[in-house]
Design a protein around this ligand. Structure first.
Ligand code: FUB
Length: 335
């Protein structure tokens, strides 16, 4: 890894400052951070925002990303190494555009990058690419993963070695166009008083390249055990992320219109998850989404905002200390 740091990285402009006080990197727009600590090194897998001139619309077409970056940190106080583009849409045989929020996983000596992209028909599919290094470059499988679609894949590798794939995002993320594992092409939302659409989860095969079972819906319930409804501002919008914190499964997700990052807990990776509260209050920009990482015995929230650009689709990844309260609630200390 030393060699990679010296030769392959581009140290971000934020390098001289503590990353806790600013974007992890500047000079490149990054978003949708998914963090993993492997061998005491924090790797952050990010979308790469760009202004490509695609007009803004309700489907988020202006989020017209073409590749992914990997950031590397030994310490939250920096320095940060940007390993640059690690997978480009032109190198994914089935993908046409919009390389949205990614995640990564490790099995043995192989590293996996999971990512959503629209195919030639405009349908969001989930792809997977592999590398022998956590910092890529990654080589994509020729076809998307069968039996699952929508956006924002996140992979939890549980203590017993089983890996679970979570996906989903409503509106531009097309979750409302899926009936189970079938793409309908029709926007079908529950009535405001009906249970909200949840993300979907399935266990992955041992080689992490396919689903080992059909996906099932992840249900988020309130304190009384009732599913959150479609009209509830706490309901799932996009960006599912699951971590185990002190033995509990924590589902982190974005609420979309309420602009919060919230969490819910369960004693099963499949849920149901009980809503626990807001982790991150609204930040600058329409979207935020994040992930939870433990580095050197401390928990952190990775998230993005648009404080620097003032434009929703040109974002920066940031890191903030996370407080794990005695009752299991999580709150981020954002500066
Ligand atoms: O970055 C593109 C999309 O915006 C992500 O996939 C969503 O979660 C939102 O951040």
């Amino acid at each position: 890894v030393e060699d990679v740091v010296r030769t392959a990285g581009v140290v971000g402009a934020a390098d001289a400052a503590a990353p806790l006080d600013g974007p992890l990197v500047e000079g490149v727009w990054t978003a949708d951070p998914s963090g993993h600590v492997w061998d005491d090194v924090l790797y952050v897998y990010t979308s790469h925002d760009e202004e490509t001139g695609v007009p803004r619309d309700d489907d988020g077409s202006q989020y017209d990303m073409r590749d992914y970056h990997v950031l590397e940190l030994r310490d939250v106080a920096g320095p940060v190494v940007d390993h640059g583009p690690v997978l480009h849409v032109a190198d994914v045989p089935w993908a046409a555009r919009q390389m949205w929020a990614p995640d990564a996983a490790r099995r043995g000596d192989t590293y996996y990058l999971f990512f959503p992209a629209k195919d030639a028909d405009g349908v969001f599919r989930i792809g997977v690419a592999t590398s022998c290094s956590p910092t890529g470059p990654f080589v994509a499988e020729p076809e998307p993963i069968a039996g699952v679609g929508s956006i924002d894949p996140a992979v939890l590798t549980d203590d017993d070695g089983c890996a679970y794939l979570y996906v989903g995002g409503i509106m531009g993320g097309q979750l409302q166009r899926w009936d189970g594992d079938t793409y309908t092409g029709e926007d079908t939302y529950p009535a405001p008083g009906a249970p909200a659409l949840g993300p979907r989860v399935a266990r992955l095969t041992d080689d992490l390249l396919a689903l080992a079972e059909p996906t099932r819906e992840v249900v988020v319930v309130d304190e009384a055990g009732e599913p959150l409804t479609q009209g509830d501002p706490r309901r799932f919008f996009e960006g599912p992320w699951v971590s185990r914190v002190d033995g509990l499964y924590h589902l982190l997700y974005s609420t979309g219109e309420a602009h919060t990052l919230v969490h819910a807990t369960s004693d099963s990776p499949y849920g149901p998850f009980t809503y626990r509260g807001t982790v991150l209050e609204p930040v600058a920009g329409w979207t935020t989404q994040g992930s939870l990482v433990e580095l050197a015995g401390r928990w952190y929230l990775l998230y993005h905002d648009a404080r620097v650009s003032g434009r929703d689709h040109l974002r920066n990844v940031r890191i903030a200390p996370l407080t794990v309260h005695p009752d299991g609630r999580l709150t981020a200390d954002v500066r």
